[in-house]
Design a protein around this ligand. Structure first.
Ligand code: HEC
Length: 115
């Protein structure tokens, strides 16, 4: 969990021009998931900045959906400011890993049982 503090911004490395298929790695996602569970791990949790948002559950959604959503935040097609900042810090590989991770979870999986 301490890895959260050493989070490095690698976003710039993920050149959108590289249209190669990036394969998601569930284990590699676990470092990054640490920064998502604070919000996405709590059923019914609401973030209150800058207004009240209902935080969607990610577990069990399709990998493609999660990937598209995160890229949407990166590109600014999706507007939520916190998610935009988070998505900007992710590489294409990170996104593939996270999408793989969340898609193989089901809605009942307890996010705290990561380790
Ligand atoms: C500070 C709280 C917070 C953190 C941390 C956070 N999110 Fe989010 N996330 C949200 C909120 C709130 C929304 C809904 C925003 C909206 O309506 O666009 C959201 C939306 C999403 C969506 C779109 C889901 C959908 O059904 O539309 C994805 C995918 C997502 N987050 C992935 C992640 C990932 C992956 C991480 C970690 C790398 C992460 N989030 C970290 C609060 C957070």
């Amino acid at each position: 969990m301490k890895k959260l503090l050493t989070m490095v911004v690698l976003g710039a490395a993920a050149t959108a021009a590289q249209a190669q298929e990036v394969k998601g790695n569930v284990d590699a996602a676990k470092d990054k998931v640490a920064m998502c569970i604070g919000c996405h791990g709590i059923p019914g949790y609401r973030a209150s900045f800058p207004e009240t948002y209902e935080v969607p559950m990610l577990g069990g959604q399709s990998a493609k959906y999660i990937e598209n959503a995160l890229k949407g935040y990166q590109k600014g097609e999706r507007k939520h400011p916190t998610m935009r900042a988070i998505a900007a810090s992710l590489t294409e590989q990170d996104i593939a890993n996270l999408a793989a991770y969340y898609s193989q979870q089901n809605a009942e999986t307890k996010p705290n049982s990561l380790k």
